[in-house]
Design a protein around this ligand. Structure first.
Ligand code: ADP
Ligand code: MG
Length: 206
């Protein structure tokens, strides 16, 4: 059975964030306070630094540690939100790698955590607008009989569409909401980093 190694997933996420940090910060400069790239880079670098000290024994503990490190090390809205994502995802996975079913459950639990914590709805121009389509596409493909990699590929595409669709939206949550209609016409930074989270899983699996 194909399983995703959560350490690899998080390491891929950290390197994608590192590569895209300037772009994420530029997006946040347009509708926020120009720190999303640096926030996420600090957080994901702290997550991988913790792995360098020693990798937790189980997949669940690995995701839990990542969540706690993100909450501790990232200032800004995205730290607690991504932290909550991984803490909730941790509760949905077992010990030895994440199989397709576990990954679907982890994504759904993580998304529910972000919604509970941030109270954003679909269309509010947040990371949820990339995460929710990613979760739905993954589940749909698995239900239709797709394998893990196939479902992840569909999830990556859905997250990218969701991310792109945030450009036309007016922000109703977070700092960007202060801009009102002036937030329209800019891609949401958090939706952009959330799409990278799914890309990271696809890379880690292959
Ligand atoms: P801050 O806004 O505190 O500077 P960041 O710049 O790191 O934090 O993150 C901004 C991103 O966080 C936004 O682009 C958006 O996607 C996400 N975000 C903000 N508030 C919420 C919320 N209530 N629910 C979900 N996501 C949110
Ligand atoms: Mg910001």
């Amino acid at each position: 059975m194909t399983v995703l190694d959560p350490v690899l997933w998080l390491r891929e996420f950290a390197s994608l964030i590192d590569e895209n940090a300037d772009a994420l910060t530029e997006l946040d400069a347009a509708i926020g306070d120009a720190d999303h790239g640096s926030n996420m880079r600090r957080g994901t670098a702290a997550v991988t630094a913790a792995f360098d000290e020693g990798v937790p024994a189980t997949s669940a503990e690995t995701l839990k540690q990542a969540g706690m490190v993100l909450i501790r090390s990232v200032g800004g809205a995205s730290g607690p939100l991504y932290g909550t994502f991984f803490l909730r995802a941790a509760a949905a996975v077992g010990s030895d790698g994440i199989d397709a079913e576990g990954f679907g459950a982890a994504l759904r639990a993580g998304l529910a955590g972000v919604v509970a914590r941030g109270k954003a709805e679909p269309g509010d121009k947040t990371m949820i607008d990339a995460l929710r389509p990613a979760v739905d596409a993954f589940d749909e493909k698995i239900t239709a009989g797709s394998d893990f990699a196939g479902a992840l590929a569909a999830s990556v595409a859905a997250a990218a569409s969701g991310r792109d669709a945030t450009t036309a939206l007016q922000a109703r949550k977070g700092r960007a909401s202060y801009l009102g209609e002036r937030s329209i016409g800019h891609q949401d930074p958090g939706a952009t980093s959330a799409a990278l989270l799914v890309v990271a899983a696809a890379r880690a699996l292959s």
